[in-house]
Ligand binder design. Structure first.
Ligand code: SF4
Ligand code: SF4
Length: 187
């Protein structure tokens, strides 16, 4: 068996989901999800695969790869967003809340689990603290605005426009005190 055949055979849909979930755990996504879900911002809302208390019954590559505005922001800030995107670009058959990913396919570039749970924990605490001081839709609005801004940053190659978007993000997240303090530990 050639090297490439070995790689094709040893890479499964289940494996990429596991690697993705481990990465999200290392990034501390669960801290943010907990606050987001309690605040009505769950991305699984209305999905037929969601079972009360138990959670997702149909974990797929698409939902594992997908990042909401909060996670996009954290990944962008710590410089992990390209790595994440490049990994999932290798995974075929992603769709909305389901996948058509074949059981075996080649993945040449893998992900290393990050160690930034403290950062997401700080972000989640800020989110929790700030929510009562804002309107009922604030959590969803800020998540979607961050999502749009990070997408624009990813698509933009003009440094002047990039600086403008980064300034808007800075303003939007100015009250996330714990998060910004925790970010300083990364430098
Ligand atoms: S929208 Fe983001 S933070 Fe909220 S539950 Fe989904 S992944 Fe978690
Ligand atoms: S399939 Fe996706 S949207 Fe539906 S419950 Fe599972 S993770 Fe959530």
């Amino acid at each position: 068996m050639s090297d490439i055949q070995e790689i094709v055979c040893s890479t499964t849909k289940q494996k990429v989901i596991e690697v993705g979930l481990e990465f999200l755990h290392g990034a501390g996504a669960d801290h943010i999800c907990k606050v987001c879900i309690a605040g009505g911002g769950s991305c699984c809302l209305g999905c037929l695969s969601l079972k009360q208390v138990v959670g997702c019954q149909k974990r797929n590559t698409s939902c594992t790869a997908w990042l909401c505005g909060f996670l996009k922001y954290i990944f962008y800030e710590v410089g992990l967003i390209q790595e994440w995107k490049q990994f999932w670009d290798q995974v075929p058959g992603q769709d909305y809340r389901e996948d058509f990913t074949p059981p075996y396919f080649p993945v040449l570039k893998w992900l290393d689990k990050p160690n930034i749970r403290f950062l997401s924990e700080a972000f989640a605490e800020d989110l929790q603290e700030l929510r009562p001081y804002n309107n009922a839709f604030w959590l969803i609005e800020i998540k979607e605005t961050l999502d749009r801004h990070i997408d624009s940053l990813m698509e933009c190659s003009d440094p002047k426009i990039k600086r403008k978007i980064e300034k808007k993000i800075k303003y939007l997240t100015k009250d996330f005190r714990r998060f910004h303090l925790a970010s300083e530990q990364l430098v």
